[in-house]
Design a protein. Sequence first.
Length: 290
Amino acid sequence: MQLLDGTSCSKEIREEIKKDVNSIVARGERPPHLAAVLVGNDGASQNYVAFKVKDCKEVGFDSTTIRLDETITEKELLNKIEELNHDEKIDGFIVQLPLPKHINENNVILAINSKKDVDGFCPENVGNLVLGLPTYISATPNGIMELLRRNKIETEGKHCVVLGRSNIVGTPIAVLMSRNTAPGNATVTMAHSRTKNLKELCLSADILIVAIGKTEFVKADMVKLGAVVIDVGQTRVPDSSKKTGFRNVGDVDFGNVKDKCSYITYVTGGVGPMTRASLLQNTLKAHQRR
Ligand code: NAP
């Protein structure tokens, strides 16, 4: 079994980005600038945004965090997005999800200018992804593809089973893995909560990508010997032995599954750091596209 190391792979990507930023600044241009809109006080969302700001600083990007009160109306948030759409100093921005229940997330995603949509969530960017046109591929699926590419994992002709059909992970990774690219050219099955015979399906997977948000759902008896397993899941569970009071648990029972795999990711140091590096790649792209 070999661990697919997202930490070292993401470091490599950040080093490449740093070099590009140095060249941009040496040409006398301003560095790429990412803005993050954070609504309310959700602990996990605050952490994610703090990481994004730290990442920007590390590679030499400018960053701005816009903190908005939990009680902000949808209209006020849409006005803020309109401002960001027209702000010449900002190349790309994200609105950290989830949003408070009184705000319709779809309306927010639809309001973001596709050229600044570095999360790759808006219809134009998703459509371009499906058509294989230049776009911002959303960070997690892009990070998974980079991890496969940089570790030279063979995907052509393989059976790839994707567990989960969310708009931000399951659906785009299924599209990417089935495209005529490398990595890609896999035969993809996308499964969800209504799929029958899930165990048999998973057992037929050469590559198993799991994004369901159910802790340690994939057990050893669901994994084929020699499979490549990518665990996207990341659920916080209380843990009093940790300073933070919680630990992240994946969707795969790593301890028992790992010995059956040729390659596997671990919940920390796997897909998470690759997702963060991909957002930086998209922001650099947004700067280059201006
Ligand atoms: P989501 O929107 O929560 O959707 C979950 C998907 O899993 C749905 O399609 C659901 O099916 C399916 N599902 C749920 N239970 C299932 C079961 N028992 N069998 C088969 N399918 C099942 O998913 P998400 O936003 O993609 O997140 C998934 C996980 O990935 C979460 O733990 C999240 O925290 C993590 N995540 C991690 C990163 C990272 O950077 N590491 C990034 C994004 C997400 P239905 O459609 O039928 O309901």
